[in-house]
Ligand binder design. Structure first.
Ligand code: ATP
Ligand code: MG
Length: 139
């Protein structure tokens, strides 16, 4: 059965460009409930650990540099079928391929600075939420 939890980050460029409010509006209007949220900034080590699955990829170093370059908003979101529905809402990784009206279509700067992260599995949604939020910070 699909899980109810996913995890997102509003990435540094989208936060810096003051797009957080518009992105959160889209998230609410799609029926997601915010279970936890914070403004924070990843250290290079934290960004590297978060994207460790990509460490052999040529873009890893610049991805880590970008993700630690400024504040982000981290949030855990609840909805039926959360992981899949959120990935539909944000659109394809490359904004050039993101469907019209998706968050990445509307707010990405480029392939790397693509506005938001979304968990890729129920298991990772829990790992990522627990990485950012303690039990008392998840409602
Ligand atoms: P995310 O994990 O951030 O939700 P995703 O699951 O859609 O994104 P991944 O394949 O996990 O895509 O890539 C992680 C992130 O790495 C992308 O969101 C993007 O910021 C960056 N990225 C992916 N491919 C490239 C690339 N070819 N060049 C530069 N950056 C890239
Ligand atoms: Mg991913």
């Amino acid at each position: 059965m699909a899980g109810k939890l996913t995890f997102t980050m509003i990435k540094p460029t989208a936060f810096k460009n003051n797009n957080s409010g518009a992105i959160l509006k889209i998230i609410y209007e799609a029926g997601f409930i915010i279970k936890a949220m914070k403004l924070t900034r990843l250290t290079p080590a934290q960004a590297g650990a978060f994207y460790e699955v990509h460490k052999e990829r040529p873009f890893y170093a610049s991805l880590v540099e970008f993700m630690s370059s400024g504040p982000i908003i981290a949030a855990s979101l609840e909805k039926d079928n959360a992981v899949e529905d959120y990935r539909t809402l944000i659109g394809a990784t490359n904004p050039e391929n993101a469907a019209k009206g998706t968050i990445r279509n509307l707010y990405a700067t480029n392939l790397q600075q693509n506005a938001v992260h979304g968990s890729d599995s129920d298991e990772n949604a829990i790992v990522e939420s627990d990485y950012f939020f303690s039990k008392v910070e998840q409602f």
